[in-house]
Write a new protein. Structure first.
Length: 271
């Protein structure tokens, strides 16, 4: 069967990407290794729901699309994201569904496919990079880390008291307070700090919320690096940014106005 493709509106041919030129997930290395939970106590789970399998990782939509590819004898398939901001469908939930579905399909019918390509925009790339190790661990350590993540002891961070919810504002929106001078950036486990942030915000971000950052009496030891700030921004799911309606900076200084910090301003401009 010969299919004639319509020409691009501007008469410019689209770029062609060869599947064999792409880096496979199983061969990739993490740019930032998460906390190694395999060294922290005993796991409450006997087995991992998504065990490490290099054969599946090497092949890395929904089930009906994968099933059709199997029936047609296709060995390579490219899948676009299934979420839509216009339809108010969160990217993180869409990524969970896509990755979980592909994982389960490959476990049952892995011999029918050689390559599965996820076609994502830059805005979704960070979400997939964070979630992929949960469904396609690239090593036994990564599998163990995913299995024990929920058993992590976060008292080291929660006991500092630098981040907490403090009632609601006049519009009934939850207010999250971050006290900068109590945040020992150079002494704290940053993986645990990020995990605690997600744990605290997750039940709040289902609706609108605001953050009040107190920059009062802070020093260089309290300032996080710009690379870590960008990592936090990229890791947080879409709903955390979408529902953040205000970000107040109390007693700002020059540090809060430089380029690295202003990276966050398009999401929530300081007041």
């Amino acid at each position: 069967m010969k299919i004639k493709m319509s020409q691009e509106p501007l008469g410019v041919a689209s770029d062609i990407v060869l599947p064999q030129s792409l880096l496979r997930w199983g061969n990739s290395t993490a740019s930032h290794r998460p906390t190694d939970y395999s060294t922290i106590g005993e796991s409450i789970f006997d087995t991992s729901p998504f065990p490490y399998d290099p054969n599946i990782n090497h092949k890395i939509v929904l089930w009906s699309v994968l099933q059709k590819a199997k029936e047609m004898g296709l060995h390579s398939i490219a899948l676009c994201v299934i979420n839509s901001v216009k339809r108010n469908y969160p990217p993180d939930e869409g990524a969970h569904i896509a990755l979980r579905t592909v994982r389960r399909f490959l476990e049952r019918h892995g011999s029918s496919l050689d390559t599965v390509i996820f076609v994502v925009d830059k805005v979704d790339l960070g979400i997939y990079e964070v979630l992929l190790p949960l469904y396609f661990p690239r090593s036994e350590m990564e599998e163990e880390s995913a299995r024990r993540a929920k058993t992590e002891d976060l008292t080291e961070v929660s006991g500092i008291g630098c981040l907490y919810q403090s009632g609601v504002d006049r519009l009934g929106r939850p207010v999250v307070v971050f006290v900068g001078k109590w945040f020992p950036f150079n002494k704290i486990n940053l993986d645990k700090a990020l995990l605690y942030l997600i744990t605290l915000l997750d039940p709040i971000v289902k609706g609108d919320y605001v953050i009040a950052y107190f920059h009062t009496l802070t020093s260089g030891n309290n300032y996080p690096s710009f690379s870590w700030l960008r990592e936090v921004y990229n890791v947080l799911p879409y709903k955390y940014k979408k529902n953040l309606k205000a970000f107040y900076v109390i007693h700002p200084t020059f540090w809060t106005k430089i380029n690295g910090v202003r990276y966050f301003h398009p999401v929530a401009a300081p007041t």
